[in-house]
Ligand binder design. Structure first.
Ligand SMILES: [Zn+2]
Ligand SMILES: [Zn+2]
Length: 239
């Protein structure tokens, strides 16, 4: 029996097309940015995190830029980050100021050393949050696959994307759970191959008069996303 909210969320996500964990992470990413915009713009701790991470990773900067309502919040955040960089630069002109990465460079520190300091000193906060959520979803999934109702829903879903399947197996699940994950995924991949073959066949001029079914029309996108998953800026294992 499904008893936790996370398991219920996972089950509901598995009823849609695509990797259930990716679906939930998409929702979590939107929530993360909404909380940031409406509650954390002036939060000191969040601002320090963003300074350490030198803002967002490339993938999340793009996601953030497309969030409705982002312009003012984004302007305040990047203004703060740029202000910090300029503050450090200005300290070059005053010898009594504490050392900074820019002043170090001008005092003969290696350029590579300065380059290292320009890079993120901490994980992108959005990546860190989503990695934490991923861990929760994976442990919930593995714990609930023994549940008949949950397993039934899972075995009618698209299973997991490649990155999430690999992460699930990294958790060393019981042999029966690992078997279920892999045998179901093999079935999903086999089905995708069959539909992709049909999609390709119907693009042959000899069969062009045959209409594509709704599933065939979008199969290339579904398969593409199911292989790559919803990877964020960082590999979850490197945190
Ligand atoms: Zn996924
Ligand atoms: Zn990120």
């Amino acid at each position: 029996m499904i008893t936790t909210r996370l398991a219920a969320d996972l089950q509901a996500a598995a009823e849609q097309k695509g990797c259930a964990i990716c679906k939930l992470l998409e929702r979590d990413e939107q929530r993360f940015f909404a909380t940031l915009l409406y509650e954390q713009i002036n939060d000191l701790r969040r601002r320090q995190q963003l300074q350490q991470s030198r803002g967002f990773c490339a993938a999340h900067a793009r996601s953030f830029a497309s969030v409705e309502g982002a312009p003012l919040g984004a302007a305040i955040i990047v203004r703060s980050l740029l202000g910090r960089l300029l503050e450090q630069e200005r300290s070059l002109e005053a010898a009594e100021q504490p050392r900074t990465w820019l002043s170090d460079m001008f005092k003969g520190a290696t350029v590579r050393g300065v380059a290292a300091l320009l890079r993120p000193q901490a994980l992108c906060p959005a990546c860190a949050h989503l990695n934490e959520q991923t861990r929760l979803y994976l442990s919930t999934l593995l714990a609930h696959l023994a549940d008949r109702t949950f397993a039934e829903t899972y075995t009618h879903s698209d299973g997991l994307c490649l990155p999430h399947l690999a992460l699930a197996l990294d958790q060393s699940p019981p042999a029966a759970v690992a078997r279920l994950l892999l045998s179901h995924q093999r079935k999903v991949w086999g089905h995708l191959c069959d539909v992709l073959d049909e999609f390709t066949r119907k693009h042959d001029y000899r069969f062009k008069h045959e209409t594509l079914t709704p599933e065939e029309q979008s199969i290339w996108r579904r398969a593409l996303l199911l292989l790559s998953g919803r990877r964020t800026g960082r590999d979850e294992r490197t945190e």
